[in-house]
Design a protein around this ligand. Sequence first.
Ligand code: MV4
Length: 447
Amino acid sequence: MFQKILIANRGEIALRIQRACRELGIPTVAVHSTADSEAMHVRLADESVCIGPPPAKDSYLNIPAILSAAAITGADALHPGYGFLSENANFAEMVEAHGVTFIGPSPRHIRMMGDKIAAKAEMAALGVPLVPGSDGAVPDLATARTVARQIGYPVLVKAAAGGGGRGMKVAQRAEELEDAFSLARTEARTAFGNDAVYIEKYLDRPRHIELQIMADSHGNVVHFGERDCSLQRRHQKLLEEAGSPALSAGARDALGKVATEALEKIGYRNAGTLEFLYQDGQFAFIEMNTRLQVEHPVTEMVCGVDLVREQIRIAAGAELGYGQSDIHFTGHAIECRINAEDPVTFMPTPGRVTAFHAPGGLGVRVDSALYAGCVVPPYYDSMVAKLIVHAPTRAAAIGRLRRALAEFAVSGIQTTIALHQRIVDDASFQAGDYTIHWLERFVSQPV
Ligand code: MV4
């Protein structure tokens, strides 16, 4: 097992990883910017190293500073968390070249899945269902027209290097294809420095369902079920559930079988998430994420597994030690992402937290690095807490969520707690009747 783990992240996820390390008896190294000297992840670490000034590009994305921090502290493994450098294949390669184990997939798999065209080609070859679309990249408008005519309008032009919705354009009709194609290309070139695009049939009212995978380095692959992440605004998820209100246990098993077999064949290792669109009872793979995700706790609650502990054990060469038939899904879990934002305008509201009271009690979990007196800096993501509830049924989880949100008190900054209270009280949410478009409509209604 590792002697010391450097956590290349901040905020709640740095604490989350520290908790797993502590339970495994492994000391931790925190890294931090000058804006985070007093942050909770620094206070709770065994050691800490300042890696630069506040802007992320000079600190949490500063590869030489992070590698130096690992070297001077003698860390033999590094956990990247999510965001920042977590899906940077070159970084993973450099970490390993410095004799430090990267707690995550191989650089080859990170690179493969970072290219959405390559990811889709791999999955299609292994029998994972896709949205109808182009066979790989679409080099020019003439090819785009041919593909679109074959699959039928509306179509979506997507950037190969995309994700998170950037470089994505809809063409409702043939007349819109030229603009969609050139806009997607230009956006892809400026945003990612790669103008490769592909085309898919546009699904107009899908749910966003993702499957949590874990694979060891001995060829064992399991899944921990799905999460429904349809409730998002501008590609920022706000609330996630495990399981999906739209999915039967049979459908989950079938999807899990196809997905785990595929990842076993490509020799994938560590945690991963396959993203699907789900509409009219059909799944279509769109992307794979090669990191631990923000919303992993809902999966942990229904499966009773510590996913970060599993990531660390696997990175150290251990076997999973259990199979798919040992994994059971109990009850229902819901996570609310609480952001330091105005609940109506969604403008970030950094500042000093003057009071902080987290809810507790049966089936309530709060992952947060906030404390009374801490400062939320303006430089980073505005998510400051995750409230996760677990209960035997979805209805009970909603009831528990309502009471936990009412107990949650954060003063000094504005948060999205009030928005979550409105969502929880909505009849369509309670019925589980929503698609990826539901939240945009909900937040555009007058309060
Ligand atoms: C789609 C789609 C409809 N049809 N692909 C958005 C970001 C990227 N992860 C994939 N995305 C979508 N791909 C086809 N063929 C609709 C979206 C989409 C979306 C997907 C998941 C979660 C939220 C979304 C919000 C808007 C659009």
